[in-house]
Design a protein around this ligand. Structure first.
Ligand code: 6LW
Length: 515
């Protein structure tokens, strides 16, 4: 059947997938956002819904004041003898660890650290042994896949970490995964970096310890040769394979959607794509001639369940359980500053604002489509309370209600922060007792900021989406939209006013439609 890619939309990078008792489970990396590593479930690889998050406790992951795009890098999920394992890196501290659970809907264990460096760790189980691999460097400083055997109970290394494969010659050898098909061990990885030259490569060996022979047909998957006008999907790489009970194998990988033919910018983050896999006898063939498209013929028909629940990217009050699973904080939140009810969000502002490498009073969800409308009603006292389209602390736009301590009136402002440039783009003065509806609408190329007061719409600015893109901001994340409150009001480059208020900001009637 024809499958619509991406299958999971918005900032959900570095997908890893496993199959357990008739269902597929997929996870993604989350960098500085908390909770970490969302878990999606599907019966047919087409209908996905979020069923949890792996990292839900601060003792599992230290995100306190970490750098943007640090924190949780590419995770791997594996299912072995009734237990799920999730292995990942806290890149800020260069630490690899895994956690486990016997109940995919429940809590995960505390972290178990493994003394092997590199990023993108993965696990392979065979004959009572556990192999742990990550990307690293060999004795000559060349990028390689490193592997050791570990004790899965303790994380202890049982063997030296040995270089397995140097890849196909591309830069940034990453995301190694080991599979056994027939008599061969296949080692799949990504090369080229997570940008326009990204690709998937493969090698195989007769022993799990190698030597690995590089496939002559590499890369097996890449969109690097497309012009923007030929295909809007780029950066295809970082893949994982999954095989169901019938022995059918599929691939998931990451990629991103550029804004339009001649606009090579992506601000929605790296997303999850489903790709067909066939065998030529000895090696796998993936995609259509090794390339990925929005609409792809993928043989999931025998599993397809029309009635299966599908993730709804809209995000409206009253919130349901799945909405709550999707809500993200930045870094390590102070949960006492949040009161989230089904039909309201109350935030206590702090001296931390959206520009800080810290955890402002903010909660949001991913922007998953180009065309969206986010709106909410705000009531607040002294301080700043608003909504934002946020890529990172130095690339974000917001429309907010600001009330300075001695002011008669509140002001609705639109503020743009693009790198070292900060400016107030629009202002509207309103009586301080008035509530206001704030709105951000988006199209592929721009955001528009609107204040609705007494039913009247005031457009307070329009800004380019590309300035929130990875091409401008760098890093590994995508845009979030959400609500926030702060006591540190930025008034321009290098200038701000501290309002020293504990007045709460109350947000009601939140609507986020994503087409
Ligand atoms: C991840 C690496 C990558 O660890 O990006 O696309 C890094 N590939 O494999 C961060 O997501």
């Amino acid at each position: 059947m024809i499958v619509n890619n991406p299958i999971i939309r918005g900032f959900y990078p570095d997908p890893s997938v496993c199959y357990a008792e008739g269902k597929f489970y997929l996870i993604c990396s989350t960098m500085q956002y908390f909770p970490g590593v969302p878990i999606f479930e599907s019966v047919d690889l087409v209908h996905w819904k979020q069923v949890g998050n792996c990292l839900t406790r601060s003792n599992q992951i230290d995100l306190d004041k970490i750098n943007a795009s640090g924190g949780v890098f590419a995770p791997t999920i594996r299912y072995h003898e009734g237990r799920f394992y999730m292995v990942t890196t806290n890149d800020t501290y260069h630490k690899n660890f895994y956690i486990y659970t016997d109940d995919i809907y429940g809590e995960w264990s505390d972290p178990i650290f493994v003394d092997q460096g590199g990023i993108d760790p993965s696990l392979f189980f065979e004959n009572g042994k556990t192999y742990f691999m990550s990307n690293g460097n060999d004795a000559n400083g060349k990028g390689c896949v490193l592997q050791c055997e570990i004790d899965i109970e303790t994380g202890e290394r049982l063997t030296e970490s040995v270089p397995l494969w140097n890849g196909n010659g591309g830069r940034y050898l990453e995301s190694p995964h080991m599979y056994k098909f027939g008599n061969y061990y296949y080692l799949m990885a990504a090369e080229g970096g997570t940008e326009y030259g990204h690709m998937v490569t493969i090698a195989r060996a007769s022993s799990v310890n190698g030597p690995f022979n590089t496939y002559k047909g590499n890369p097996i998957l890449t969109n690097r040769d497309f012009g923007g006008h030929e295909n809007h999907i780029h950066g295809i790489g970082h893949a994982d394979l999954v095989t169901n009970a019938e022995g059918e194998t599929f691939m998931v990988c990451l990629g991103f959607r550029i804004q339009s033919d001649w606009q090579p910018y992506h601000h929605l983050g790296r997303e999850v794509f489903l790709v067909p896999v066939t065998w030529d006898g000895e090696w796998i063939r993936v995609g259509v001639h090794g390339q990925v498209f929005e609409k792809m013929e993928i043989p999931v028909d025998s599993m397809y369940d029309e009635s299966a629940e599908m993730m709804n990217y809209d995000f409206n009050m009253p919130f349901g359980d799945t909405d709550r699973l999707r809500m993200s904080y930045i870094r390590q939140p102070v949960l006492d500053n949040y009161d989230i009810k089904d039909d309201s969000i109350t935030l206590i502002p702090t001296e931390i604002n959206l520009d800080a490498t810290d955890s402002p009073s903010f909660i949001g969800v991913r922007q998953s489509e180009f065309d969206t409308v986010f709106s909410v009603e705000v009531e607040a006292g002294v301080g700043e309370a608003g909504i934002t389209a946020l890529m990172d602390e130095t690339h974000h736009y917001e429309i907010a209600r600001v009330l300075l301590p001695d002011s008669e009136n509140a002001e609705i402002i639109t503020r743009y922060h693009i790198g070292s440039v900060i400016g107030i783009a629009g202002r509207l003065s309103i009586p301080k007792e008035k509530s206001v509806r704030l709105m951000i609408t988006s199209e592929p190329a721009n955001y528009t900021f609107v204040a609705v007061v007494d039913g009247e719409e005031h457009v307070l600015g329009t800004a380019d989406t590309k300035h929130l893109s990875s091409e401008v901001a760098a890093g590994f994340t995508g845009v979030f939209e959400g609500v926030y409150a702060t006591n540190d009001v930025i008034t321009g480059i290098g200038s701000h006013v501290k309002t020293d208020s504990k007045d709460k900001a109350v947000f009601t009637n939140l609507k986020f439609t994503q087409d």
